[in-house]
Design a protein around this ligand. Structure first.
Ligand code: ACO
Length: 349
């Protein structure tokens, strides 16, 4: 079996910069509160009627494809990770496929939120290792700004998220000592509603034992906004921030250590840790717990906010473009998010 390497990488963020002070004009929040709790200074928002999750993804993908030294015609499989798809269905993979003129090849959407990129990397790795595909395009892209609550009620969620996309092209490598060394995936559905976008959906909550989140008038067979949901303003994502924080600071170090131990390595061996950019405080906690130096961790949440499935490929690409990831480096990616889902990947670059 061959190993899988990242042959090309790219990212794209919308031009529009939204600062914390911009948000104070529409909701009761402050630059100080946001920076202190999350580290975020600004984020990017997509341009309405011009950009969407699939178009941001296509821009990042085009860069990754070019840097891999191939053309779109060479790609033989697409994986698209997002929690903010353009359509309820079909998924963004086929929309991106159409935009880049890659019709005919397989296109898979995955729904693993902040862990989507790491899950996607693991899926791509299996396909490449077994020889099934030679050029897998993996995209993580989000447009959060179209679906969050800009009233004060939604401030705990809204200030955190930003829009953006990142992509990689994965290819086989004959060098068995480089490329993806291992991937590690986990989830615990007991926490499904702690960070979720529940309504409208195809459920009433009754059969799931989650009546408190559901609306009895909402039946199976299609997601629709009921009058009661509208009155309640209950059609936005919800997050129990402290529950997320508590689990994240436990699972990040755990899954990073799992990757290192599988490969007989230690935190000191990591050249660059790319944590999902959930919250700067979470990354700092993880860094401290593992005893990593500042130059071993890449953080860019300050500029882009939390871009969910896009955050790891954006950070990875930025670090690589800045010359902080070089051939032979040990790169660790780790994610935690809604589901809860979490995972890690170790790559010899
Ligand atoms: N601006 C001002 N005040 C706010 C804001 C805001 N944007 N959001 C909440 N508050 C207020 C609350 O209303 C509350 O006020 P009260 O005391 O009068 O009731 C107060 O701040 C404290 O609220 P908490 O929710 O307890 O705030 P906390 O200190 O826990 O910080 C935060 C919230 C930043 C979300 C924190 O819980 C956290 O970092 N959690 C991790 C979640 C996370 O990082 N999610 C990222 C996405 S998920 C992921 O990627 C894994």
């Amino acid at each position: 079996m061959k190993n899988t390497k990242i042959a090309g990488i790219g990212f794209y963020v919308p031009e529009k910069v939204v600062t914390n002070n911009d948000l104070t004009k529409v909701m009761d929040t402050s630059d100080e509160w946001i920076q202190e709790r999350t580290g975020i200074k600004e984020r990017r928002y997509a341009e309405k009627h011009k950009e969407s999750t699939s178009t941001l993804g296509a821009k990042a993908a085009a860069i990754a494809i070019e840097r891999a030294g191939i053309t779109a015609a060479d790609v033989d499989f697409i994986i698209f990770a997002t929690l903010s798809p353009d359509y309820y269905f079909p998924g963004c993979a086929v929309l991106l496929q159409r935009q880049l003129g890659m019709q005919g090849i397989g296109a898979l959407d995955i729904r693993n939120q902040c862990s989507g990129f790491v899950y996607g990397l693991s899926i791509a790795d299996q396909f490449v290792k077994t020889g099934m595909y030679k050029n897998v395009l993996l995209v993580g892209s989000e447009v959060h700004s179209y679906g969050i609550d800009f009233s004060t009620k939604g401030r705990n969620v809204t200030v955190i998220f930003g829009d953006g996309a990142g992509a990689v092209v994965l290819q086989p490598t004959e060098d068995s000592t480089s490329g993806i060394l291992s991937t590690h995936l986990h989830a615990d559905g007991d926490y499904a509603e702690k960070l979720a976008y529940i309504n409208p959906g195809c459920h009433s909550g009754v059969h799931l034992g989650t009546e408190q989140f559901g609306y009895p008038e909402q039946e199976f067979g299609g997601a629709f906004l009921t009058e009661k949901m509208w009155e309640d303003g209950n059609y936005y994502p919800n997050m129990e921030g402290q529950a997320v924080f508590k689990m994240a600071v436990q699972k990040f170090p755990e899954v990073i250590m799992e990757a290192l131990q599988t490969n007989g390595l230690q935190p000191t061996d990591i050249d660059m840790l790319i944590p999902h950019q959930a919250n700067l405080r979470i990354s700092q906690f993880v860094q401290k717990r593992l005893g990593l130096r500042d130059d071993q961790v890449w953080n860019n949440i300050q500029k882009y906010g939390n871009t969910t499935a896009a955050s790891i490929p954006i950070a990875l690409c930025e670090a690589w473009e800045a010359g902080k990831i070089k051939e032979g480096d040990l790169v660790c990616m780790a994610a935690f998010g809604s589901g809860f889902t979490w995972g890690s990947a170790l790559i010899k670059w």
